[in-house]
Structures are given as C-alpha cells and as structure tokens.
Design a protein. Structure first.
Lengths: 536, 536
C-alpha cells in the first residue's frame, strides 16, 4: 500500500515537474507530456491519444508507450497562445488526463516545418524560403562511436540543409556488424549454420531505446537547421533482420508507433521508402496503405513522398504526396530536361538520387565531384532540386569513410561547393523556373529582370546577350532596361562582373542588347551567368 | 387515316429493307438501324437507346434523331455471331423496337478499333500491331470543293495512319469564309457593324447534315486505314461562332449527340480538346466533366485523351485517359528524353504537337522537313510516338496550301519519308523501348537481339559496336551472339548493310564486339542503325 502511494506521489511529482519545465513552448517546437502508469498486459497495446485545443483549433495526436511504465504525448503547437489538452485512453489511468502550456513566439533559428509553396517550391511555416540542398547517409544514425556527432558537424560545415536516412539499419554486406539497438524486442536469437544470427522478434513490443536514439539524432539535425528526410522502409535488409518483409499489420503498427513518436518533430519529412520496388516481398498495393497510415497519423501533414529505383516514378500525383522524390539521373543530365518532370506533376520535384560522387566499382557510385555538382545545378536551373551524396570506399567492402553508408566526414569534392550554391539560391528574390519552358532550356528566371543561365559542360569564349521575351510569372522585360551580368564559376566559387552594362532591345521572341554586345567568358565549364537589372 | 396507314407501311418497309440489307455485319463494322417516327415536340429531346445482346454480352447504346422524322441506332459488334436488340424510349413509337443481325468475321482491311497494348503501345482489336504515325489538319473536313477528297488521297499516298482534326470549324482569321454547314440550327442571323455575321443558335436542335458530312469523312478515312483523332472542342473559334463558349449543359448535350452518332465508328479516337487551356471561358473542372460524358457515352471505350498548349500536361493518369496526347517539343529534341514522360505515365505517349514543318512567320510553324522528321524519330526511338503536320503559307493569311489548316496535298519534305519510317516500324518484332533507360539514351530494343540506335544530328565516321548488357523485357545478349548492322538513312531512305559480322563479348554493363570493331558510317546525320542477330 505504502509502495502504491509512493508510486502515485512519484508519478504526480513527475507530471508537475514536466508541467513546470514545459509550461512555455515555442511555436513549432515540441511539447512533451509524460505520465507514469503501470498497466496490465502489453503497454504497447494501450490506445492513448489526446486532443490539444487552442482558441479555434484542435488537433488530436496519438501518444505512445515509452518504456519504464511511462506513457508520453508529444505535440507540435502551430499557433501561439494557450493550448490545453485532454487525453483519451482504453486504460482508465490514462484517460481524462489534462494539461496546458503556453505557446510562445519562435526563437531565432526556428522557422517551423517546411511546406510546399508556389506549387513547385518550399517555404518554412514562418514564410522563410527553403531551398532543399540535401545529401544522403543511410546509416549514420545507427553507427557506434563518434560517427553520428561527426556527421552532424560535417553537415553543419558543408551547408546541406536536408539529409535522407534510414529508420531501419542497412545491411551493407554479411560482415557488416550487428547494430547495438533494434526497433523491436528480441524474443530469441540463435546462430545460423553460416555463423550469422537468426532473430525472432517480438513484433508486439517496440524497443523505446531504439527510437530514443533516432530522436536524439533528429533533434541534433534540428539544432543545425537540417531537415530529416526519414526513410521508413528500405530493401537493403535482404532478410538479414527481416524488417523488409514484416507482415502488413506489423508494418502498420510500426508506422503508428513511429508517427506517434516523431510527427511532432518539426524538421521531419516522411519518405515511405528508398527503392520501394526492390522490396519485392511487399505487395505493390501496400505502398499506398502505408502512405495513408502515415498521413492519418500525422496531424501536421509533414512533407511526404516515396522513392523508387532508377526511373521508377510512383503515383506522385496522389494527394498524399506533397512532392516528388524520385531516383532518376536522366532528367538532370542536360539543359532544361528536369522542367518536363515538374510540368507534369505540378508539385515540387526533388531528384533524390542521380548517382553519387565516389570511387565505387559500379556506375552509380563513381561520379566525379564535377559531375555530381553539375547534375545538381541542372536540376536547380530548371526549377527542381537534386540531392547529393558521396561514397568513397577505402577498399572493396570497407565502408569506413563512405558517407552514403555511415556518414562521418566528407571525403569528396562536390560538398565543398554546397554552401556557395546555397548562398546563390538564397540571394534570389524567388525560386527559379525556366523563362520560356520547352522553347529555351537555358534561361531561368527568379524574379522581375533577374535571370540565370547555366553553361554546364559547354565551353565558350562569349555569350551574346539575349534572353527570352516571355516568362510565365513576371512582367516582360521592358525596352531600355539595363542589365549587368555576373559570371559565377560554380566549381571554383568565384564571382566576376562583366564590365558592360547591356540595354534591352525587344524582338518578337527574344530580348537582345541594343548593340548586340557579348559577355566575354573564361573558357571553363560550369559557369552560371547571373543577369540582373541595374538601376538607372 | 389512309395517310397514317401508308406512313406505317412505309416505316415497316423501311425497316425490313434495312434488315435485309444489314443482316450481315462484319465484326467492328457498323450496324445501323433506322426507324421513321413523327414525334410531338423536339425530336432531339426524345430519349432513345437500345440494348444489343449476344450470347453472353450485352451493350447499351444511345440512338439519335437523324432528321426527316428518322431515328437511328448505330452499333459496332465486338463479337461474331447473332446479335439482337430491343429499344428503350420515352416515346412509345420508339420503345420496344427489336431487331437482329449476324456478325461475321472481319474482312481483309478490318482489324478493329485501336487499343492500348503492352502498357506503352497500341494494337488493333484483332491483335495486329498499330504504330501511330499521324498528321494534323484542323479543317480538312469543313472545306468546300475537292479538298476533302484530295486530303484523303494525300493521306493514302503518304502512309500516315492517323489524323487529328476538328469537329467544330476553325476560325483562321476574320476573312476566313463562313462554312457551308453548322452543327446547330440557326435561330436567326444578322450583320454586325464590322460586316461579320452574328448567329443566334438553336442549341436545342442539331443539324444532322453537319454530322452526316463529318461521318462521311471519317468513313473515307476508315476506307484507307487511317484513324480519326477527332477533337471535340478547340479555342480557335474565339467567339466568332461561339462553340468555344457554349453553356455547360449545351456542351454535354452536344457530346451525347456526337457520341451517339460516332462511337460506333471503329476508327474514331476522342480528343477532348486541342489546347484545352486556351478555351479560357471553360471552367477548368469542365474538362473532366466532358471527359466523363464521353466515356459514359462510349460503350466501346475508344482511345481517349486531351491536348493542351505547349508543355501543359493534363491529369493523364486518370483512368478515363487511355493515353497521353500532349503538345511538347522539348522531350523530342534530344536522345532518350521522351522516355521520361512514358516512365512517369505508364501509358502510351503521343507527342501530338512538337511544332510543324512549314514557312510560317512564327516559331511553331517553321520547322525544316529534317527537323520535323528528326523529332518524330527521337520520340519513336524512346518508345513514344510523335505527330506530324506542315503549314506552308502562300502568303500571310493565305491558307490555300496549308495542310494544317485545310488539308489537300502535302507541300513539304518530311511527309515523303513517312511510308519508309512506317515500314521500318512494322518490320520490328515488337515496339521500341530504351534498352537501359536513364543510363543509355541512344540504344533502343524491339525484341531479343534486335536493337536500334538513332544518330539524330550527330555526325560520326564510325560507331564502335557496343550495346547495353541489360534490357527490361528480353533475355540478355548471350556471349558469342553474331550481329549484323544495317545503316538506315532516314532522310535519304537508303538501307546499307555493314559487311562485318560482329560477335558479342559481355562486360559488366555493356556488350562489345570481341574484336572491338566498328561500323563505318557515312558522315551524314539522321542515321538509324538496325542491329540484329545473324543465325549461325
């Protein structure tokens, strides 16, 4: 009896402590409420949710069992002011719990979750423009030692603002070490004939420590302003642990649990899968079942997409998908091609895999740094986005310094140009789009009298000033408008200004210089011409 | 009374005559049943349909009022054997009519309607492969004199097997003559201040003679094996007659009437619109309303799509659309780009406008013949299809010899290469697809050890024999397979065989010749290499 009372007092104290500590929460930050309750039966089976109410808004979120007899609710407030909540549960001890907190203005580095803006682009919830310049590291969250910390530092230093990563660990090869933690409790394990371990999972019981680890990593990304493009399923398990072939109801339960824990993280994006079509034991129709489960369990509607093998385009037009996250290098291997993909979908397009910089003995992991950066710029100039990664192997099967596999420090060349790229984008008045799509694959426009041309691999002595007369979004260039041209070397990271001031002379389809003058070019590839109005 | 009896006897005689004449109908040909009945009120308001029944199949088709107190039913039998029908009508005289006919085997030139096959391609209903090589002439059906006959002869001579054309006449300019016939009865007409005619239409009454004319043209196309891609709405009226801005219910009534008359034509395809987005007085949501009206009134599900302005991709993934019929030149201006569009849609893709050969003073009607043919081949080699047209003006505003406008004889150069192109396609064992899509934009495969490479505008002295090791549909090329290479000049229409027999040597991603030999090439553009196995 005494023990029960103590336990109760402890639980109350726990709540009060939390309430005191969390009574103020920034908008788009995370409010967490924990409640200690010993339940009979499997605590992961307890239904537990809460409705959070603001003056005129209310959102219901699922809670989850966090281990050690603690149940938690997490919530991302989307408006400033007072929020109150009341819980619902199949378990009396968890039903009717209430609480409240004050949601305050965002702090300096808090812009809210990233959302779709202007059909093809992104903004943070506070209206700040977000240009996704991401990289990929499948396993960085799962690696022992200082890899995770190193990875976060490398991301911060490089300027990447998004990373794709796996929620389930990747089986790189049979000698790849067993991870420390697994998402499910182990029922039993045994050695197979070949020396590898056969696990029997208790799919009814998650391992909260596993998710705690994932969450700490995602929060570390948040702290440096990096979006976490979290891949919920992947085929690189190949039956070693079996998370690529869980029964449908186990997968749905996993998604519900992961979403209850993670959807309040403002920097999270959902990627239903990497190379979904290589998960050959999943029925094709499962992908929309999983996607709907994600959407149904995410009251904030974080960005959500799915990724397939090369040129495998999923049904991205479905409402559940906020954007296109596709693997395909062909549309970024030439001028203007990527625009066709966005013309089709009328959604933001991210080419989330276009091969990688590296030294691998295959055709997808052996791009030069120049080629990696070139593909990124070809996508960007056409109004889409392209993700980076690099895979430098120390030896065959030695993934020690392979960023794609394990994270850590970058080894290559393209990553060094990312901050420079990002600065150019963030200086623009608006995102890029082809000025005269399908007619001119070179010239992109980012605002009134603000245009860019990317030379790619073409090398020329000069560029005769000429631009499309039309564009889809801004006033036509007026006769007599004066322009300067900056020559940006995207590889060497230099910006040089052409001394000529050009003056627009209008023709039917083009705008030329009144004297047909040209910009002298350094005879190098990968140049970006930034053509902007000069005030009179 | 005597008159009534005579009338009745006449009607009966009429039926018996028809029954006798039409008692045998080829499969996919048209059975027509006419019934004379004087009704009170507007005969176009009478609901009239019939259910046609075969042993295990039954289809309901709408009938229509054909003028002169005659109501008609048209039906395209889809199975051989006996068909019977019984009619339904709001009008007692038209209700419960019955009849039957024998559906016999198809004649020599009757392959049935064209349907989608192998996801990306087409076949006739009898299984014969159909490669759409179409052209476009908006108004050829509406022009007086011998234009229609000339057009049909020109199509027959050229080898085109599809034509896009407008159901409503095109207003080319204000001096363009008034057509002889209109689809609706004229309520009144008056001269406007500028001398043009203002019509008041009786939208409740169609002009059967107008549809008779259209139908005769479509049957003339059928007789020469040309598919009629009939455009149901277009913006080139600009209010002159107002068929671009009819009220929604008038548009739906028009579609119902047109479909009752035309859906039994086996060579018909539905194109909801040309440049739908330029019909600015149509609400955007109308297009799916119209499309559903077409599908609901076509029991045979003829091919159905919609066409927009440049790079305006409609929601082609919707089930109502059997294929993509898009205006966009960008995907056919380089190697392999068109494949991205088909990868996305997983449907047949026809680039139904990629600019035209001609001498017009604009950028869309002034391609050279070479450029027109080049774009067609670029689409074809990537596993899609591309439509032709030409517009040669005698003078500004003189459309006399403009095939795109009026039909008649071809004036240009590309049309002369169409039969040759078609023969190459029809010789293939299967349709083309890129062998290693997104990795190699040059090499296309049409069957086991049957590959093609299109040089386009690139000019080279030789081609070192090498092919992708992989392809999505057929067995890999086996080591030691012997190949010959034919050099096809698509412009000069010559086929030359390289004297070397190559022998496959397999590498990881490529197949080379065991001695790395090359094909010597004539230094000309527009070559097609046909690489096929040679029996040992």
């Amino acid at each position: 009896m005494m023990r029960k009372i103590l336990c109760c007092l402890f639980a109350l104290g726990f709540i009060f402590n939390l309430e005191a500590r969390l009574s103020e929460v920034e908008i788009w930050d995370r409010y967490e409420y924990a409640h200690k309750a010993k339940v009979t039966g499997n605590p992961f089976d307890v239904s537990f949710s809460a409705t959070f109410t603001h003056a005129d808004t209310s959102l219901t979120v699922k809670g989850f069992y966090a281990g050690d007899n603690v149940f938690k609710l997490r919530f991302m407030p989307i408006k400033t002011g007072k929020w109150t909540f009341v819980s619902q549960s199949s378990e009396a001890k968890l039903n009717g719990l209430t609480g409240s907190f004050e949601c305050i203005e965002a702090g300096e580095n808090n812009h809210g979750p990233v959302q779709v803006a202007n059909t093809f682009h992104f903004k943070y919830a506070d209206g700040t423009r977000y240009y996704p310049i991401g990289t990929t590291s499948y396993d960085w969250m799962h690696i022992e030692g200082d890899y995770p910390e190193k990875t976060v530092r490398a991301l911060e230093a490089s300027g990447f603002n998004k990373i794709r990563m796996l929620l389930f660990v990747h089986n790189f090869d049979k000698d790849y070490p067993e991870p420390l933690l697994f998402p499910f409790e182990i029922k039993s394990q045994s050695k197979k004939a070949d020396g590898s371990i056969a696990y029997e999972w208790d799919f009814e019981r998650f391992n909260p420590a596993y998710f705690d680890m994932i969450e700490a990593r995602i929060d570390a990304l948040k702290a440096i302003g990096v979006e976490a493009d979290l891949i919920l399923f992947h085929p690189y398990d190949e039956g070693r642990w079996g998370f690529d072939r869980m029964p449908l109801e186990v997968s749905l339960r996993y998604l519900e649990y992961a979403l209850a824990r993670l959807s309040s993280f403002r920097n999270i994006w959902w990627s239903l899968a990497n190379e979904f079509d290589y998960l050959r034991l999943q029925a094709p129709e499962n992908w929309m079942i999983f996607t709907r489960q994600v959407v149904a369990n995410d009251p904030y509607r974080h960005l959500c997409s799915i990724h397939g093998s090369t040129a495998r385009y999923f049904d991205y037009w479905r409402d559940e998908f906020t954007h296109v996250s596709v693997q395909d290098q062909a549309p970024v291997e030439g001028h203007g091609r990527a625009a066709t993909v966005r013309n089709i979908y009328q959604k933001p397009v991210i080419f989330d895999e276009v091969c990688y910089e590296g030294n691998m003995d295959n055709r997808w992991g052996s791009l030069s740094g120049e080629e990696m950066l070139y593909r990124m710029w070809q996508g960007i100039i056409a109004g889409t986005y392209v993700s980076h990664s690099e895979c430098y192997m120390d030896a065959p099967n030695d993934y020690t310094h392979d960023f794609l596999a394990r994270g850590g420090d970058f080894q290559g060349e393209s990553w060094k140009r990312i901050r420079f790229m990002r600065n150019i984008l963030e200086d623009m008045p608006n995102p890029l789009q082809l000025s005269d799509s399908s007619w001119d694959p070179y010239v992109s426009i980012a605002g009134p009298n603000y245009l860019m041309i990317y030379s790619g691999k073409e090398v020329a002595k000069e560029w005769v000033f000429n631009l499309p007369a039309r564009n889809p979004s801004y006033p036509r260039i007026k006769e007599g408008t004066r322009f300067k041209v900056e020559i940006i070397d995207t590889w060497n990271m230099t910006i040089e200004e052409c001394p000529i001031i050009f003056e627009a002379k209008n023709q039917r389809y083009r705008v030329c210089d009144k004297e047909n003058r040209a910009v002298a070019l350094p005879e190098r590839p990968y140049l970006l011409l930034r053509i902007t109005e000069v005030a009179l």
